[in-house]
Structures are given as structure tokens and as C-alpha cells.
Design a protein around this ligand. Structure first.
Ligand code: SAM
Length: 277
């Protein structure tokens, strides 16, 4: 029998596709807790089966009745409850906010087990500037509301990160093309899964691609920062192509970074893409 955990709430991040991404600490807590509060018992049941763990699973979302949440919080005085979402980090566009606050108010210990998060995975793999970023959850589904949010975020000088669904991707790209023209966009799809894909470029190019190749699966959509005094992505591509004709990639990137003020890492990733054709 594994040693029981101290009572309280354990916020446990789980994989976003590849079950191998479960952390050792997450597996340990799931094995030693008294039960798991989750969004969908079938989804979490699969993860538990993969780990060879059998525990009571309780469905939880922030809209659950007050009474149910009160009971759950109360039970944590004597037992350890793990909170997981279907995938990734709980509370990041997922339930848990109310539960964590109620636990804090009631003096129940809250412990976090960090791990996979689609927004951060998308940012890392995008090659867009990442010294500062703003995560803005899902864009609204209605056209006007979506444009309003994009217009509100347009002046902010950071990479913007959104969660997106496959059926809405083209509409969002169309809106971005109009409201934030000349921005470098990255679409990170099915991260850590078999059909993982990363596409970069201006909105128009990506619209063409995804109209010809309708996307499936889960998507993180990223918008590079405004390039006021900097060259546009199209300018940078032209300069890179020219420089790559006569120089090695690292030299070409250094020249273009100096000439445009654009981020070296981003230019290097772009140079590799251009070289691959
Ligand atoms: N809390 C989760 C996390 O930390 O990643 C996110 C939950 S949110 C309800 C689900 C959204 O995350 C999906 O609609 C998609 O935008 C994004 N997402 C989740 N898994 C993904 C993956 N493997 N690749 C790309 N995006 C993913």
C-alpha cells in the first residue's frame, strides 16, 4: 500500500495528448490520493487505467452546485483530493478556480503539481518572441465579439496566445488578417500527438493553407507582437531569402536581425522553414 497523502487539494497537471508526459510526481499523487475530482470521468478513467491506478472519480466543474462544492471542500479536512482536467493544467481555461478559492477560505492546504499546458507548449514550439506573452483563453465565437477582443489586444506589445477549435480557425484567421494585419501568426495543432503540426506565416497565407487542408484536432493560435518600427514578416522573408543565397543560416539571420530589429530566434526558425521550402 502506498503511503497516504496529507489531506487537502492537489492540483495535478496531466498530459495534453502524449500520456508519456505525465510527471512522476503527478503519478505518485494520483496513486496515493483518496479520490480524483475531474471534468469527465471517462477521460480521466483512461489516464488512470494507463497508470494502473484505481480510485474513486468525482465529476467536478465550477458550475457544480454550491452544496456539492461545500461537501467536497469539507471532505478535504480528512482526505487528499486530486483535481485534474481532461488535459493539461487545471484552472487554465478549465475548472478549479472556485474550488481553490473555497479551499483557501476554509484553510484547506492547496498543493500544485505543475506539468503540461497547451498554451506554454504552443509558445515554446512557435519560435515567436517569448520574453513577454499574454494568454487570452478562447476567442469569442461571435464575429463582432471576436473582432472587439482582437482590437482591444492589438496595441499590446507581446505575443498573444489563444486556445482555438478547428472549426473556428479560419474565421479567427480572417478576423486577425483584418484587425491585426502584418502580424506573424503561428498555429500549433495536435501538440505532442501523432499529427502534431506547426504552421507559421501571415494570416493570409495560413488561411489559404487551412482552406486547402481543413484542420482537425486541438489548436493553440499565437499572434506575434506588433512590429511598428520593425520590418514586416514578408520583408523579413525577402531579406532572409536574399541573405541565404550568399551566407550560412546563422550569418543570414544575424544580418537580417541587425537590419530589421526582429527577434533572432524567430528569424532563425523562419530561415530553417525557408530553407526547407
Ligand atoms: N488546461 C488545458 C491546458 O493547460 O492545456 C487547456 C484546456 S482548454 C479547455 C482546451 C484547449 O487547449 C483546446 O481547445 C486547445 O485549444 C488547447 N489544447 C489542448 N491540448 C492541445 C494540444 N495537444 N495541441 C494543441 N492545443 C491543445
Amino acid at each position: 500500500m502506498p503511503e497516504p497523502l496529507e489531506p487537502g487539494l492537489y492540483i495535478v497537471a496531466t498530459p495534453i495528448g502524449n500520456l508519456g508526459d505525465i510527471t512522476m510526481r503527478a503519478a505518485d499523487v494520483l496513486r496515493r490520493c483518496d479520490g480524483v475530482a475531474c471534468e469527465d470521468t471517462r477521460v480521466t478513467g483512461k489516464l488512470m487505467k494507463h497508470l494502473g491506478i484505481s480510485k474513486p472519480l468525482w465529476r467536478y466543474d465550477d458550475h457544480s452546485e454550491h452544496r456539492d462544492r461545500d461537501r467536497l471542500v469539507d471532505s478535504m479536512r480528512g482526505r487528499a483530493v486530486a483535481l485534474v482536467s481532461d488535459a493539461g493544467t487545471p484552472l487554465v481555461s478549465d475548472p478549479g478556480y472556485r474550488l481553490v478559492n473555497d479551499c483557501r477560505e476554509e484553510g484547506i492546504a492547496v498543493t500544485v503539481l505543475p506539468g503540461p499546458c497547451a498554451a506554454i507548449a504552443g509558445l515554446s514550439v512557435s519560435g515567436l518572441p517569448n520574453d513577454r506573452f499574454l494568454f487570452a483563453g478562447f476567442l469569442p465565437s461571435k464575429d463582432k465579439a471576436r473582432r472587439d477582443v482582437l482590437a482591444e489586444l492589438a496595441p499590446i506589445d507581446t505575443t498573444l496566445i489563444f486556445y482555438e477549435t478547428a472549426p473556428r480557425l479560419t474565421k479567427s484567421l480572417l478576423a486577425i488578417g483584418e484587425v491585426l494585419p502584418d502580424r506573424e501568426i503561428a498555429v500549433a495543432r495536435e501538440l505532442t500527438k501523432m499529427h502534431e503540426e506547426l504552421r507559421r506565416g501571415p494570416a493570409e497565407g495560413l488561411i489559404g493553407w487551412f482552406e486547402a487542408h481543413p484542420p482537425k484536432g486541438e489548436i493553440v493560435l499565437l499572434i506575434g507582437p506588433p512590429s511598428d518600427q520593425k520590418a514586416s514578416a514578408a520583408d523579413a522573408d525577402a531579406l532572409l531569402l536574399e541573405a541565404l543565397e550568399t551566407s550560412k543560416a546563422s550569418q543570414a539571420v544575424a544580418q537580417v536581425a541587425k537590419a530589421t530589429g526582429l527577434d533572432r530566434k524567430m528569424l532563425y526558425a523562419r530561415a530553417m522553414e525557408l530553407k526547407r521550402g
